[in-house]
Ligand binder design. Structure first.
Ligand code: DAH
Length: 342
């Protein structure tokens, strides 16, 4: 028994482990359940009982020595292989470009508009794009036979006589109604969102676009408040040198009404292709909220007054980023969108 242990000890000591194959061969020969060490352990029971403890101890030492040799060899082989693997990385290869998402030009423009109004104390209100006919038209004081209701302009979703039909909202003004039905004055909100119109699609107009509506209702709100608010907005949005022009206009839900132009911020008012040589760009419609609209929402026009405005977002985005076709804003073509990443 003693001899067998010594022979095995020498064998283990002499076994050269140089690579992963040697390592596995070592394990199979000495360490597994049917390996040489286990075999000697099996013989232990045939040894005279007085000698068993000594041999047992020797065998255990041998087993530990074999395990140690195995672990040390394994570590050094792994270190060599992973080092080799590291060297295989070709540092001269060009890096892989990760595509980074970015904010859409319309959302960037809308974000700037929202921030300006938020700083003036306007809260943000939203409403559904699928809207009731009555909120989109009747309650905003559109007469029953108004041409805007025509199916040429409006995408009706349901159409039944004598019912409040559903349509894709044609402007963000119905959100005014929703807010006034929910809240009591003072009310100061902006309502950004998508609107839909059944228009011929071209480089200048599309069937969906974005608007930002504003509404301010309180006691003694005047047209002067409206002008000051629009002035302040325009100077922050288009530059402090910008000039404004209020032109009398008509909307069923405001009286008096105006359309507002800013000096063309591309040519500074001198006249260019974009402003059609006029030096002015129209940015919004506005006015004092019509008493009928207040009444429709149970707000007493003798006690409260207010102003409203609505502006397009897409055209400003187009001009700002020098994009010459509105359709590009809605195609989600990554080649176009990635040009706006910071
Ligand atoms: N809703 C109008 C449109 O889509 C824009 C507008 C004009 C909104 C005057 C207003 C307003 O709130 O007072 O053309």
């Amino acid at each position: 028994m003693k001899n067998s242990i010594e022979t095995l000890q020498q064998e283990i000591g002499a076994f050269a482990i140089e690579n992963a194959d040697d390592l596995e061969a070592f394990r199979l020969r000495f360490m597994v359940r049917k390996g040489s060490i286990a075999e000697l352990f099996n013989l232990l029971k045939d040894a005279p009982s007085s000698e068993r403890p000594v041999y047992g101890q020797l065998l255990n030492q041998l087993k530990q020595a074999a395990e140690k040799k195995y672990d040390v060899a394994k570590k050094s082989i792994e270190a060599v292989t992973s080092g080799r693997r590291k060297q295989q990385v070709d540092l001269t290869l060009p890096g892989r470009n990760e595509y980074q998402g970015s904010e859409h030009p319309v959302q960037k423009t809308l974000g700037d508009m929202k921030q300006i109004f938020r700083a003036m104390g306007f809260a943000i209100a939203t409403g559904p794009e699928l809207e009731r006919d009555s909120y989109n038209f009747d309650m905003l004081n559109f007469p029953a036979n108004h041409p805007a209701r025509d199916m040429q302009d409006t995408f009706f979703v349901t159409l039944n006589e004598d019912e409040d039909n559903l349509l894709l909202r044609t402007h963000t003004s119905p959100v005014q109604i929703r807010v006034m039905l929910e809240e009591k004055p003072p009310i100061r909100v902006i309502c950004p969102g998508k609107v839909y119109r059944n228009e011929a699609i071209s480089a200048r107009s599309y069937c969906v676009f974005h608007q930002l509506e504003g509404l301010y209702i309180d006691k003694n709100v005047s047209f002067a408040d409206l002008k000051a608010t629009i002035y302040s907005f325009a100077k922050q949005m288009f530059g402090s040198n910008v000039q404004l022009r209020f032109r009398p206009s008509f909307f069923p839900f405001t009286e008096p009404s105006a359309e507002v132009d800013v000096t063309c911020y591309l040519c500074g008012g001198k006249g260019c292709r974009v402003c059609k040589q006029s030096g002015w760009l129209e940015i919004l419609g506005c006015g004092m909220v019509h008493p009928n609209v207040l009444r429709n929402c149970s707000i007493d026009p003798d006690e409260f007054s207010g102003f409203a405005f609505g502006m397009g977002v897409d055209r400003t985005a187009l001009l700002r980023y020098k994009i010459d076709d509105i359709r590009l804003l809605f195609e989600n073509d990554v080649r176009m969108l990635e040009q706006f990443s910071q």
